[in-house]
Design a protein around this ligand. Sequence first.
Ligand code: KIV
Length: 273
Amino acid sequence: MSVVISSDNRKVTTHRLIEMKQRGEKISMLTAYDYSMAKLIDQAGVDVILVGDSASNVMVGNVTTLPITLDQMIYHGKSVTNAVKRALVVVDLPFGTYQGNSKEALASAIRVMKEANAEAVKLEGGAEIRESVERILSAGIPVMGHLGLTPQSINKFGTYTVRAKEEAEANKLIEDAHLLQELGCFGIVLEKIPAALGAWVASELYIPMIGIGGGNGVDGQVLVMHDMLGITQGFSPRFLRRYANLHEDITNAVSAYVTDVKRGDFPNDKEQY
Ligand code: KIV
């Protein structure tokens, strides 16, 4: 297998993502929710930064993504876009801001673009949200889709298990992916589906498929930053690879600091005026 890694420092755009797919360069995507981490991961070369509504879990401590509000997503989005120079910044539209009414969906997307300085929005679902996707795209706002395990529908699914294992659900996912491409979406996140299905959809569509538990045959990968850095605990799905153990590093650093303060070892002579 030949590996395509470009050292291209130009700003990543939705068009460039499609070019990357065409030349077989895999796309790297990570979530971020604040200025300092967004700056770090942008400088480390990630292609797409997603201000995910997983902020509801990792930033706010909610059990699901449902409670996070549009104002909160805009706050996180602005914090990220203030930092990012190269990556494409995509902001999730949160639950309840686009599903029922396409005019409301457009109003939500416009707020995210104007107030958070986002470059694209991500919405969960296929045919059910067709009108919302169309209306947002008609205003010139790039849209990313999200199919498979869509966490905003967790109350309908009742479980975070792998989706589209059965033929009917797999066929619906394939139809939805084609529909989103025809409408004009620039890419789709495929979450927690069989690898063979992910590879099949990626081979059929010209827009990039970005997997999270979507196998290795898709066009790129996305992970939640707190999971891949090992900050979150007690969450170990098969698709998650941990690249650091910041939970341990931060705990050790903080307890060393507490000990130094308690002992009167900090600050020392050189650390004071
Ligand atoms: O909100 C999020 O972090 C996401 C990723 C899981 C793709 O949508």
